[in-house]
Design a protein around this ligand. Structure first.
Ligand code: UD1
Ligand code: CA
Length: 449
């Protein structure tokens, strides 16, 4: 990788009216991550040493979100939306620090891959002053057309400013550019607004650079990398492309997906080799799965860590803070939250485990509930290694069951149970011989009257 310094300026001041949303457009998520955060990630992989976010609409919300996904990014407010060149100039102070390369990107183009940005930077290193990333969309309508002559890019013409001949060009501006830091401010300051929209077009720097005898070239990226998101249908289209890529990557890294098109990953999902994922599994953010795990159909995981050879589902729900050790088993209709299930422990059916530790090899019977909440606070349940909790028991936290403790089924346990003790927490059974028949006869004769 090059040692050239690089500032990425990401334009995200637009309102995104077509999203029809209270949320700023670029904060809508793809694979659980705001689309602008995908753009930041790509910039960083491409070697951006600094990031400047140009914000406008929803500035407070944007700043707050950026603290999470790009804590080191500078934010610059573009007060009035006067065009893409004007937006880039909002980050003038950042540019003035002096960088070898400036990458200009759009916050609503989340699938841009770092390789395309890297290729554009490489052209700068070879001496180009401006490098435009082009693409060939199925329909060029609405995009700026790239006008080339002898392998050089001479102009970008916005659709509204095109002649009929120019409008036929299929090679379009994807919206990303790499500009030599040496010339960037000068070129941008030369942009005027004498065009169909009366805006300061970033794309005009192409002609300005040409007029100054600087080298301007276009590179080409795949259509899917340059997809711009304007409405929720396009958002779903981008999500589908992202998921398709991620599934393929997972399979090529040694994960079996029986029906890949039904498995949904988050941006940060980690899955180990020889893990098998059955159909209809959803990974929310923060999931780490080790090797050889089985995730059965219809399971939903979020913020969960799962060690090797564990077994999950079908129909399991692992909520944030779930931590399964090796060979732990969480079966059907089991919900786990903020709980560690130690090695080989089994929670096989119809259970809620929240704020708890289940010791190694313990067996939790069907219908067991950790009663962790009294309406005000959360309390912890600690279950020792090798304990056995009989079916349909309620463990009222805070509570501790020692190693090897044995709980009779149907118990409501409110006091700690020492190691190897047997606890009953239910009324004793009473059996009255003949009383069933007597009761039936009494009811039958009452009904006749
Ligand atoms: C732009 C390009 C066009 C390209 C297309 C690719 C220009 C003049 N045109 O057109 O050549 O084919 O993208 O999608 O650059 N923004 C601001 N402040 C502004 C104006 C825009 O922050 O004052 C941001 C928007 O939020 C958006 C991005 O810049 O993220 C692009 O602006 P938009 O108005 O969508 O440009 P297009 O007309 O699509
Ligand atoms: Ca656009």
């Amino acid at each position: 990788m090059t040692s050239r310094t690089c500032l990425s300026i990401i334009l995200a001041a637009g309102e995104g009216t077509r999203m029809k949303s209270a949320l700023p457009k670029v904060l809508h998520r793809i694979a659980g991550l705001p689309m602008v955060a995908h753009v930041v990630k790509a910039a960083e992989i491409a070697g951006a040493t600094d990031v400047a976010l140009v914000i406008g609409h929803g500035a407070d919300e944007m700043r707050k979100a950026a603290e999470k996904f790009a804590p080191h990014a500078g934010t610059f407010v573009q007060e009035q939306r006067l065009g893409t060149a004007h937006a880039v100039l909002a980050a003038r102070d950042a540019m003035a620090k002096g960088y070898d390369d400036i990458l200009v990107m759009f916050g609503d183009t989340p699938l841009i891959d770092a390789a395309a940005l890297g290729a554009a930077r490489a052209k700068l290193a070879e001496g180009a002053a401006v490098v435009v990333i082009g693409f060939r969309p199925p329909s060029p309508a609405g995009y700026g057309r790239l006008i080339e002559k002898g392998g050089k890019l001479t102009a970008i013409r916005e659709e509204k400013d095109c002649t009929d001949e120019e409008r036929k060009i299929g090679f379009c501006n994807a919206g990303m550019m790499a500009v030599s830091g040496k010339y960037a401010l000068d070129l941008l300051d030369g942009v005027g607004n004498a065009n169909a929209k009366g805006e300061y077009y970033l794309t005009d720097i192409v002609e300005i650079a040409n007029a100054r005898g600087l080298e301007v070239v276009a590179t080409e990226a795949g259509y899917e990398n340059a997809l711009g998101i304007n409405n929720r249908a396009e958002l779903a289209e981008a999500e589908a492309i992202w998921q398709k890529r991620r599934r393929r990557e997972a399979m090529l890294s040694g994960v079996t997906l029986i029906a890949p098109e039904t498995v949904y990953f988050s941006y940060d999902t980690e899955v180990g080799q020889d893990t098998v994922v059955e159909p209809n599994v959803f990974f929310g953010p923060g999931v780490k799965i080790a090797d050889g795990v089985k995730i059965h159909a219809f399971s939903h995981l979020e913020g969960a860590t799962v060690a090797a050879n564990a077994d999950i589902g079908p129909y399991a729900r692992l909520r944030p803070g779930s931590d399964l050790a090796a060979k732990a088993k969480v079966g059907n209709f089991v919900e786990v939250k903020n709980a560690r299930i130690e090695a080989g422990a089994k929670v096989n059916h119809l259970t809620y485990i929240g704020d708890a530790r289940i010791g190694a090899g313990a067996n939790i019977g069907a219908g067991t509930i950790t009663c962790n909440y009294d309406g005000y606070s959360k309390f912890f349940t600690d279950i020792g290694a090798g304990a056995f909790v009989g079916s349909n028991s309620s463990l009222v936290a805070p509570i501790k069951l020692g190693d090897g403790a044995y709980i009779a089924s149907g118990s409501v346990i409110t006091e700690d149970v020492p190691e190897d003790a047997l606890a009953f927490g239910r009324a004793r059974q009473k059996t009255l011989p003949g009383k069933g028949k007597e009761l039936r006869e009494r009811r039958a004769s009452a009904a006749k009257k």
